[in-house]
Design a protein around this ligand. Structure first.
Ligand SMILES: C[S@@+](CC[C@H](N)C(=O)[O-])C[C@H]1O[C@@H](n2cnc3c(N)ncnc32)[C@H](O)[C@@H]1O
Length: 265
């Protein structure tokens, strides 16, 4: 999925500093990448409203109380907001937002203002199993993720599905809205549509940038996508122990799929 390009100079590591490989997706830790995405998310992401409406309905029809919700790669908590809003203002449901981007998590306060006292953030890097250590096993009625897990390599995705299974209460649901790998003639359509949405938004808000400038910005691929196919990911969910594994939505590289931890597990 395209991300706005990092702006400004990148500082070189000092000679003494150990050279470490940054986690995939680390570009989202930069405010100049995180903020433009958050500001334009609903306009840019193809069919985002349809996908979110589907997730809302899926969670609303889930037969067990959500109670505690985990937003995985939360950004500023779009999925947490969707889940917290389901129960109405008087609902006691709570959410934990997990992300490794401070600029993203810092924007959660504004987004989730009306749910004061019902959410918290956890700074965690999903590229290692250690991210889940502070969380209670079996504690969550739902884990929901949007546009985040595709940054992880295949083996980490597969392992993460197992970690999420362990965090869910029996009967808990995991829902993932993500950018997936596809072949065939529609390959690349998601990014093309995202860029077309960005150009249209620039015109509609009276922006001064040329179409080419906007295209150049959003065509940047420095957010290091590692998408895998839906077919592989559904298999990994089943392998992790999930039941009722379903693909609910697919449009080019956009997909929504879910699985349920068996009630008796
Ligand atoms: C495209 S944004 C989506 C944010 C949010 N879920 C949403 O739908 O608005 C991708 C998010 O995944 C997070 N992310 C990517 N790789 C991550 C990792 N290894 N650990 C934790 N968060 C990660 C980024 O920091 C960023 O907030």
């Amino acid at each position: 999925m395209s991300a706005p390009p990092p702006g400004g100079p990148t500082s070189a590591p000092s000679p003494e500093a150990p050279i470490s490989t940054p986690s995939p997706g680390a570009v989202w830790q930069r405010p100049d990448v995180a903020h433009p995405f958050l500001d334009q998310r609903q306009t840019l992401v193809p069919l985002v409203d349809v996908q979110e409406d589907l997730i809302r309905r899926l969670l609303a029809r889930h037969p067990r109380p959500l109670a505690r919700v985990l937003d995985v790669g939360s950004g500023n908590g779009a999925m947490a907001e969707l889940a917290l809003a389901l129960g109405g203002a008087g609902s006691g449901s709570t959410a934990v937002l997990v992300d490794f981007s401070q600029p993203m998590l810092e924007r959660a306060g504004a987004r989730l203002e009306r749910f004061a006292g019902r959410w918290q953030t956890l700074h965690g890097d999903l590229s290692s199993a250690a991210w889940s250590q502070p969380l209670p096993a079996g504690g969550f009625g739902a884990a929901v993720s949007a546009l985040a897990i595709h940054h992880l390599p295949a083996e980490r995705k597969r392992a993460l599905f197992g970690e999420l299974f362990a965090l869910l209460a029996p009967g808990g649901i995991f829902v993932n809205m993500d950018y997936v790998a596809i072949g065939g003639p529609l390959r690349g359509l998601f990014d093309e549509q995202l860029i077309a949405n960005a150009v249209r938004a620039e015109h509609e808000c009276g922006g001064t940038r040329s179409d080419e400038e906007v295209e150049r910005d959003w065509a940047d691929d420095s957010d290091e996508d590692r998408p895998d196919s839906v077919e592989d990911q559904l298999r990994w969910l089943t392998g992790a122990g999930f039941e009722e594994v379903e693909l609910h939505f697919k449009w080019a590289e956009a997909a929504v799929f879910s699985g349920v931890r068996p009630a008796a597990a």
